[in-house]
Design a protein around this ligand. Structure first.
Ligand code: PLP
Length: 492
């Protein structure tokens, strides 16, 4: 306590009203909120993984009007416990195995708190040099840790940028690709300057965000060709070559190819080196979407599978917010040549002009993304990397891959079950031999129990359950327990 606050009785003994930021009050209430978060994490294992509330319940419990007068934190925290927590599906729960993880950690949450605490908006280098330079710096660290090529480093013609999501990343890559295929600065929609229509390619299992980006960019969803995949969920490179050749022969312009490293359905890894060679024949931009699997490149033993072909990619993106313990949201997009990206997205109205930007010696990251304004997201990445260290992150990933292999072994050894495809890193897709209906009922039964949460996908033409290991709190015991729950819930 400093002398001023010690000698000064609070004018509001119940802690209400006062200035928007009252340091002493913030210290007190901040500690209470941090304690509440710690208690929440400690309570996770005892809660049902999925929210059990019916639609509309949360709103029915909330006041119909915003308060006119201040309310004490204690009342709001009581409502967190009473209304909000029951309305949550607990993504940090040890038995959360659905979709892909959105793993958080103490250090990343503290980084997020610092971001809010600094209250900075980093649209330009000049609006907070540290916001831009820390981002450039930690993305160089990360490029190095993942073993990605030098051309994505800030010392090259390329570089990295943090975005909210992989969906934004692919949209930015796509508009950069269009810029390069048409002509810098033209802002065309779906045609080259010689009026050839632009065509993009991704596998049948590529993420829906690729198609969405084609629509948003005004090229049209119908100009995305979906290339078939093999039984491992990998793009058929021969079919890609044929589709691109056919479009070129018909007077169209193949301009953008997305290779997926770790598909959402089954974790399939496209043959990126072969895809890169085909894309290069047509001077098409190659974007690699490694949203989930990219994190595994931090382990040297998984690196070859994950970054193969990256040296020939024009852009490469992954989500530290999935499997690298950085809380949502944090997507990293690296580009080999920033000129096309900046040409597509830079806007410098008079009110944003400044000497540093005009001098060209600084990065203005608003030129690398869709919105103008930007959060100081690099802090949580920096905090996570510094407070955990790379080796802890490697251990985190390795354990999950080991447990997934063990789990796949139990599935394969039970005559009622079978693998829908080979496990990929920490993702296992499996099914009941009794068929899709039986698999669907098993998934519903397990998820309704509250003791685990899995999702599903269509894999090789059938309904498969998906077990994605990757949470911050998950232990091997939790993986054993979900297997027992599945085995006990399956028909004899
Ligand atoms: C999760 C995922 C995405 C989408 O990620 P967002 O960050 O939520 O937009 C895209 N591609 C793949 C392969 C994914 O696994």
């Amino acid at each position: 306590m400093n002398a001023m606050s010690a000698g000064d009785p609070s004018p509001e003994p119940d802690g209400l009203a006062g200035p928007p930021f009252d340091p002493e009050r913030f210290r007190r209430e901040g500690r209470a909120v941090v304690d509440w978060i710690a208690d929440y994490w400690q309570s996770l294992a005892s809660r049902p993984v999925r929210s059990q509330v019916p639609p509309g319940w949360v709103r029915s419990e909330l006041s119909p009007h915003a308060p006119e007068d201040p309310e004490p934190l204690t009342d709001i925290v009581a409502d967190l416990d009473r209304v909000i927590v029951p309305g949550l599906t607990h993504w940090q729960h040890p038995s959360f195995f659905a979709y892909f993880p959105a793993s958080a950690s103490g250090p990343s949450i503290l980084g997020e708190l610092l971001t809010a605490g600094l209250g900075v908006q980093g649209m330009l280098w000049a609006t907070s040099p540290a916001c831009t330079e820390l981002e450039t710096h930690v993305l160089d660290w990360l490029r190095d840790l993942l073993g990605l090529p030098e051309r994505f480093g800030s010392g090259s013609a390329g570089g990295g940028v943090i975005q909210d999501s992989a969906s934004s990343g692919v949209l930015c890559a796509l508009v950069a690709a269009r810029e390069r295929a048409t002509s810098l600065g033209t802002n065309r929609t779906g045609l080259c300057q010689d009026d050839r229509p632009l065509v993009a390619y991704a596998s049948a299992d590529a993420h829906s965000s690729v198609e969405k980006a084609m629509g948003i960019a005004g090229i049209g969803r119908e100009w995305l060709r979906r290339i078939p995949v093999d039984a491992g969920g990998r793009m058929d490179a021969t079919a890609l070559a044929a589709a691109m050749d056919q479009d070129a022969a018909a007077g169209r312009r193949p301009f953008f190819v997305v290779a997926t490293v770790g598909t959402t359905a089954s974790g399939g890894i496209d043959p990126v080196p072969a895809v890169a060679a085909i894309a290069a024949r047509h001077s098409a931009w190659l974007h690699v979407d490694a949203a989930w699997a990219g994190a595994a490149a931090i382990c040297p033993e998984f690196r070859d599978a994950v970054v193969a072909g990256a040296d020939r990619a024009d852009s490469w993106g992954f989500n530290p917010h999935k499997w690298l313990l950085v809380n949502f949201d944090c997507h990293v997009l690296w580009v080999a040549d920033r000129a096309a990206l900046v040409s597509a997205l830079s806007m410098k109205p008079e009110y944003l002009r400044n000497a540093a930007s005009d001098g060209g010696a600084v990065i203005d990251y608003s030129d690398w993304q869709v919105p103008l304004g930007r959060r100081f997201r690099a802090l949580k990445l920096w905090m996570t990397l510094r407070m955990l260290g790379a080796e802890a992150l490697r251990t985190h990933i390795r354990r999950h891959v080991d447990w997934a292999r063990e789990f796949a072994g139990w599935v394969a050894a039970d005559p009622r079950f079978e693998l829908a495809t080979e496990p990929s890193l920490a993702l296992v897709c499996f099914a009941l031999r009794a068929g899709d209906d039986a698999s669907r009922r098993l998934l519903d039964r397990v998820n309704a129990s509250g003791r685990g949460f899995l999702s599903h996908a269509h894999v090789n033409g059938r309904f498969a359950l998906r077990l994605a290991i990757g949470g911050a709190t998950t232990t091997r015991d939790d993986v054993v327990a979900i297997w027992h729950l599945l085995a006990d819930s399956a028909p004899a």
